[in-house]
Design a protein around this ligand. Structure first.
Ligand code: HPA
Length: 238
């Protein structure tokens, strides 16, 4: 079974799923998000012919949760039999060639949250968090669909404030193509559990300093508009 974590405003993916059952976060023993655009439940069903579970509404570090709490949904999905995990998010683009409204597949990440869900656990190899073979499948599918799918490095920060222009220059210098406030801890947890991982950023805006101002409504709106292309891509690959 494939798990799909839905990011800000990407709930539209859920409309394409033939639902068999739903489990509220509370009933799975999980914390509930307080952010607009993130309702908290797991949706089991079929996307095309594939069994999927959608995680609608993740919780974030910036809501005051620990790395353990932020990644509890990933561990819960693993217990339900999820072996492959697709993480989606809304992110700002820091790469001038990757435009707002487009998607970026994660080739790698920078965990700049200064925390980890693996505290007290063993060393885990992070040399290929985002599965290379699976990435190639998504790339080929995007090509067939005529969809522009960028690929790059996602920098995960704590938030909740958006970055300063200096911070955006910093992450670009560090090799980031996009910046956001989620995904990296979940990817680390999933990798540690031996799951196959893919990640996609919906590039909702230019990062700070690359355009005038930045607000959450813009992020949600662009996320909604770009959802259709990702639905097609997931249906094709899964
Ligand atoms: N920065 C951080 N997180 C984000 C952004 C951004 O510009 N856009 C959407 N999520």
């Amino acid at each position: 079974m494939t798990g799909i974590v839905l990011g800000s405003g990407l709930g539209v993916l859920a409309d394409q799923v033939e639902v068999s059952r739903e489990v509220a976060f509370e009933d799975a023993g999980l914390a509930v998000s307080t952010v607009p655009g993130h309702s908290g439940k797991f949706v089991f069903g079929k996307l095309g012919s594939s069994e999927v579970v959608l995680m609608k509404g993740r919780v974030h570090l910036y809501e005051g949760h620990s790395a353990q709490v932020v990644t509890a949904g990933v561990r819960w999905m693993k217990e339900q039999g999820v072996e492959s995990l697709i993480l989606t998010n809304a992110a700002g683009t820091v790469n001038k060639a990757h435009l707002p409204g487009e998607w970026m597949m994660l080739s790698d990440h920078l965990n700049l949250t200064a925390t980890t869900p693996l505290m007290g656990a063993n060393f885990v190899d992070m040399s290929e968090v985002y599965d290379r073979a699976w990435r190639a499948e998504f790339e080929a599918a995007a090509k067939t669909l005529g969809m522009k799918l960028n690929e790059g490095v996602y920098a995960g920060l704590r938030g909740p404030q958006y970055e300063t222009p200096a911070e955006v220059r910093m992450v670009r210098t560090l090799g980031a193509d996009a910046v956001g406030m989620s995904t990296v801890l979940e990817a680390i947890q999933a990798k540690a559990l031996g799951m196959r991982v893919a990640g996609f950023s919906c590039l909702t805006n230019w990062a700070a300093g690359m355009q005038e101002t930045l607000n959450h409504e813009e992020v949600l709106e662009t996320g909604k508009a770009a959802g259709g292309a990702m639905v097609q891509l997931l249906e094709k690959v899964l």
